[in-house]
Design a binder for this molecule. Structure first.
Ligand SMILES: [Zn+2]
Ligand SMILES: [Zn+2]
Ligand SMILES: [Zn+2]
Length: 243
């Protein structure tokens, strides 16, 4: 069923980028991504076949595109194989709930990058004291489960999909990196809160840039007001692992 022909993004309908990654069966797997919508299309069974090294290469690809503007998903998502409307599905992992969109004809599913990392165990839930601390500096974070904005001053779960507030888990990424290339002998000690601080600094810089641009355009920098604790952390971790 799976072909290597480029397919349209379920949300914006632009042609998706294709990346080839190692699979668990020592072969390769082709994934379809939209960087602007921050979504991945998986044909049926593709996700489970992705090798740990493949996940790291995926990080690399996402990091290479981290400066690109993120656009919200459209209300109606279409299956890239049959054009039928995708329906929402929910799943529960030990890292909390996440949601995805799937084709009823079993052609596959569309995941946000955040939901994908949650599914793969690369995120951890923030504790209530951590959320309180973060809320003093940032107000709105992107729900990793569904992409909706969550005001962490008043909420500690997403009001749309009930997903918890999660952050990219440095430890989990390091574990995946162990045994991959020469990463095993690299001791990377990333304190989670230090990472959150660095993330905030990144976000502040991005926001300043966005505000400058918005002033020029005279539009509100709405999307840039949302802090992405999962995808935003990729760059930090990637830079540490590469050292
Ligand atoms: Zn798209
Ligand atoms: Zn379909
Ligand atoms: Zn949500």
């Amino acid at each position: 069923m799976h072909t290597n022909t480029a397919i349209p993004c379920p949300s914006c309908r632009q042609t998706m980028a294709q990346i080839i990654l190692p699979s668990k069966t020592n072969g390769t797997i082709t994934l379809d991504l939209c960087y602007a919508c921050q979504g991945i299309w998986f044909d049926e069974f593709e996700s489970v076949q992705l090798a740990p090294a493949g996940v790291l290469e995926l990080f690399h690809a996402l990091h290479a595109h981290h400066d690109e503007a993120r656009q919200p998903w459209s209300n109606t998502l279409q299956c890239p194989r049959c054009n039928e409307r995708l329906i929402e599905g929910r799943d529960v992992t030990k890292n909390g709930k996440f949601s995805y969109r799937r084709c009823l004809q079993k052609h596959g599913r569309f995941n946000s990058f955040g939901a994908f990392f949650q599914e793969k165990g690369f995120v951890r839930q923030l504790t209530n004291p951590e959320i309180d601390r973060l809320a003093k500096q940032i107000q709105i974070v992107r729900c990793a489960g569904c992409g909706a904005p969550v005001d962490i001053r008043t909420q500690n779960v997403c009001s749309h999909c009930q997903a918890p507030i999660v952050v990219l888990d440095a430890d989990a990424v390091q574990k995946a990196a162990a045994g991959y290339k020469q990463a095993a002998d690299r001791q990377v000690n990333l304190d989670p809160m230090a990472m959150a601080d660095a993330l905030l600094e990144n976000e502040r810089n991005k926001r300043r840039m966005a505000e400058l641009t918005a002033k020029e355009r005279r539009t509100a920098p709405f999307e840039s007001d949302i802090t992405d604790l999962v995808v935003g952390g990729i760059g930090l971790i990637w830079n540490v692992l590469k050292r």
